[in-house]
Design a protein around this ligand. Structure first.
Ligand code: CUA
Length: 383
């Protein structure tokens, strides 16, 4: 027994020496002190492992971590991922072991051509066909129920809440359809949902393909122009989750963030109710409103905004975010700036620098003071 262990250690040591020789050779050839090779030649340092591990693990948390699951769909996907990872590790280890085995074998066994063919056929059929087929079937068995759980199937206990999300370059339109003649609640770049129950997200796009993804709740799902698809997700408890467009959709794809908040059912209802009726526009901003009507209202809607102030030159086909509750949103420009006093005025002056290529034209022809006034008024817009 002890002899066996000793022999195994000896072999392991020899393997490491081979790697060292390769490392030294590569250094001699390139003159570069390769990071990985230095590790082999040096005694492992505890601090190095601790810092590497802690920086690795730091990626496991946060608002957008698929490791920190907060809903059933994300949890299922998390386990599928780990199962796939484990199987792939196993397969890689087997391939590596076979590879080592071929090196270790000293003498070629004497076989006839027929025997060689039979052995080769066995490997091709087993490793090339049977193994992949078995893996795919196992994966299907694992993954099919997860996929099914994300379909908008009828529920035993009433209907799931339905929220429409529309992708735009580069922002999110979120709509809460009204029932029995109620008006829709429309907001942007912020998604508020009830916690502890399934929610059906009906997805589409207004321009190019985007992808809806709330990493801690599950997904992703493509948003395809001209088509609607629905994905069912659930937040197990209240909280704030990050979401990000997950399909490259143009220059500002990275600046397409969505702020997701899961609230208790009654808080969600209250949030929705206070947005169902048009807000009272705050007085004292006549000039700002006039300027908004002239420069902004052709693309941006503010519920309850006086129609007579809207100057629509009909020269555009762009739809901008609905601004009816912009003052209550946590960020501007789909995650570019945090919402704070003066932020909208600043955004209106510098939006083409902060998020270049976005569809809102530059405002160089408008006085800074007017832009700041518009910003100050917009910040008052909350239910
Ligand atoms: Cu929208 Cu990427």
């Amino acid at each position: 027994m002890a002899g066996n262990a000793g022999a195994a250690l000896d072999r392991a040591y020899r393997l490491v020496s081979h790697v060292r020789v390769l490392c030294d050779l590569s250094k001699a050839l390139s003159g570069i002190q390769r990071l990985g090779c230095n590790r082999v030649n040096r005694a492992p340092r505890l601090t190095w492992y601790v810092t590497s591990l802690s920086s690795l693990l730091a990626g496991c948390g946060g608002e957008m971590s698929t490791m920190d699951v907060a809903g059933p769909a994300a949890r299922d996907q998390f386990w599928i991922w780990w199962a796939m990872f484990a199987v792939s590790l196993f397969v890689a280890a087997m391939v590596f072991a076979l590879w080592l085995f071929t090196f270790r074998r000293r003498e070629q066994p004497q076989r006839t051509a027929r025997e060689e063919r039979r052995i080769m056929l066995r490997w091709v059929l087993g490793g090339g066909i049977a193994l992949p087929v078995a893996s795919i079937i196992a994966l299907l068995v694992f993954a099919a129920p997860t996929g099914r759980g994300m379909l908008p199937l009828p529920l035993a206990e009433g209907e799931a809440e339905r929220i429409e999300v529309i992708g735009h370059q580069w922002w999110w339109e979120v709509r809460y359809p009204g029932e029995n003649g109620e008006r829709d609640v429309v907001t942007a770049n912020r998604l508020v949902m009830p916690a502890g129950e399934p929610v059906d997200f009906r997805l589409t796009s207004a321009d190019v393909i985007h992808s809806f993804w709330i990493p801690r709740l599950g997904g992703k799902r493509d948003m395809v122009p001209g088509r609607h698809s629905t994905v069912r997700l659930e937040a197990e408890s209240t909280g704030i989750f990050g979401a990000q467009c997950a399909e490259y959709c143009g220059a500002q794809h990275t600046h397409m963030l969505l702020h997701v908040e899961a609230l208790e059912r009654d808080e969600f209802e209250a949030w929705l109710a206070e947005r169902r009726s048009p807000p009272e526009l705050r007085g004292g901003f006549d000039e700002a409103q006039e300027a908004f009507g002239e420069h902004c209202a052709a693309c941006h809607t503010v519920d309850g905004f006086p129609e007579e102030l809207i100057v629509d030159d009909k020269s555009h086909d762009i739809q901008g975010p609905n601004l009816s509750d912009i003052g209550s949103r946590p960020t501007l420009g789909a995650g570019v700036l945090p919402m704070e006093e003066g932020a909208i005025g600043y955004w209106l002056q510098h939006h083409q620098t902060l998020k270049s290529g976005n569809r809102m034209p530059p405002h160089n022809q408008i006085d800074t003071e007017i832009l700041e006034d518009i910003g100050a008024w917009l910040e008052t817009l909350e239910p």
